[in-house]
Each structure stands twice: as structure tokens, then as C-alpha cells.
Ligand binder design. Sequence first.
Ligand code: SF4
Length: 205
Amino acid sequence: MGGREGESERGPSIAVAMVVPVTEAEGPGRRYALWVQGCPLRCPGCCNPEMLEFAGGERRSVSSLIAEARAAEVEGVSLLGGEPFAQAAGLAMFAEGVREAGLSVMIYSGYTLEELRGRARDEPGVGRLLAACDLLVDGRFEAAQRSVRRRFIGSDNQVLHFLSERYQADDPRLGGGNTVEIRMRGGEITLNGWPVLGARTRLVR
Ligand code: SF4
């Protein structure tokens, strides 16, 4: 639904809004975080409004992203957006490629797990991406239920699902409140890990 799957001369590609090569605010341990460009949902108060349109972002080959994530010396990758499952086939290849190197995969989706399992019946890419996912944070962002008390959760309706044996609910790194990282790159200050209404990642140009 509403995806922007792509091919380039270098094989399958993904529309990327932002990459943070190493972060500790988007999942357990040190993680390579990739925000995709484009989301068909429109949650009021969305933290990343600049990532909603499918036009835009940078088209990157899946192979180059796999190589970059493998070189980052991280525990795993986190996929955010935008909506990762709008580019499910390309991201499934990415997730499978980093898993071969022993990295874990965490995904933040606006769809519920139930919705994704329903879509997987007709969309093989959705099923493959779910199968390559260890941790899933699911559901729309509900501004009225915004939360900073549950680590990695933006609003209280969202659920952290354990889709493999890789992580357990008693992992202390999954508990506590949200954390925030602020970094300056070039002339831009970015913030991640915190559900700021309306503009999470780009504060100042
Ligand atoms: S909060 Fe997430 S699911 Fe909702 S509109 Fe924004 S990017 Fe899409």
C-alpha cells in the first residue's frame, strides 16, 4: 500500500530520509538507524512530517546500505520513518543481509502487527520483512497518548513485540524512560529518540 519500491542500476534501492550510523536511542545497544522516506499514514502530531511524502529523500542501493551497516560495528539496525513497510521488499533484502552478519533488526511501524500479518498474505515483501524482524514497535502515533516513560515507545497505544528469540522482555536495556540524542552535522542540529510533536529530527537549519 502506497509504497515506493525501486530498482536502480545497482539493484534494488530504498528511498532514505536519514541515516545515523551509530545511535543508542533507537533500540537496545549500539545501532545503525535508517529512516525511510514516505508514509501513507497521517498521524496528527507525527514526529517526522518531513518524511511523509514519497517524493524526496535519497535513493540508496540495498547493497550499499548493507555494507554501511555491517561496517558500523553495531549490535543491530533500527528501521524507522516514514513507514518501513511501505518499502517492505527492499528493506526485507536489507534486513536479511545484515542478519547474515549477525546483526539484529528492530522496526518501528505505524501499522499494527495484526495489520501487517494481514498484508503479508498478499504482499510477500511484508512477510519477508516481518520474518527478518526481531523487535517490532507497532501502531499509529497517538498524540493524546504521547509517552516518554516507556523506552522506544512514542505513545502508550504502541506495543513492543518480540518476534524472535534474540531479545527477552526482561532485558534491562528495554526498560526505563525514553532517551534522547542531539547531534550537529554540518549546519543542522538533529534530535532522535524522543517523541517531539511535529518536528523530531530537524530543529535548526
Ligand atoms: S507517526 Fe509514523 S506512522 Fe504516523 S504518519 Fe508519522 S511516520 Fe507515518
